[in-house]
Design a protein around this ligand. Structure first.
Ligand code: HEM
Length: 126
């Protein structure tokens, strides 16, 4: 399971904290995010745990964990997606010790970010 290869809960938690430290300092991404980062962090830890095959969450089906549902109405553009990927890639490099697990996670999240952008652009042009 990718989850264990990454380093389990400790790594996922550290990764998410470091990532949002960057996001909330970032001029491009910060304006998109709610002032209170606690909820976003918890939701992201749950999401990444599920995505990488970690232990089932108690509320095992939460439709908000669907990427399209979460982001569809946000004004996300190309520059936001690029910055998101840049900060996430940097954070993964710093927090995931295993190079193979690191590459797999980076690749998955890059695909995820491309999907988010596609969904938002489709909605903006409706
Ligand atoms: C194109 C790149 C992305 C951008 C710009 C972006 C932006 C955002 C923003 C602004 C929020 C906060 C929404 C709000 O509460 O008002 C959010 C929430 C979230 N995003 Fe993303 N996102 C991106 C990609 C991703 C990807 C690839 C994932 C999956 C790994 C993801 C997972 C989440 C989760 C789990 C939440 C919290 C949802 C909740 O509140 O329950 N995002 N994102």
């Amino acid at each position: 399971m990718l989850y264990e290869e990454l380093g389990g809960h400790a790594t996922v938690e550290r990764l998410v904290q470091c990532f949002y430290d960057r996001v909330y300092e970032d001029d491009v991404l910060r304006p998109l995010f709610p002032p209170d980062r606690t909820h976003v962090e918890h939701a992201q830890i749950k999401f990444l745990t599920q995505l990488t095959g970690g232990p089932k969450q108690y509320d095992s089906y939460d439709p908000r964990l669907n990427l399209a549902m979460i982001h569809r109405l946000l004004p996300i553009q190309h520059t936001h997606a690029l910055r998101w990927i840049e900060l996430m890639t940097l954070t993964i490099k710093e927090t995931v010790p295993d190079p193979y697990a690191r590459d797999r996670l980076t690749e998955r999240l890059q695909i995820g970010a491309a999907n988010v952008l596609r969904i938002c652009e489709a909605h903006q042009s409706e």
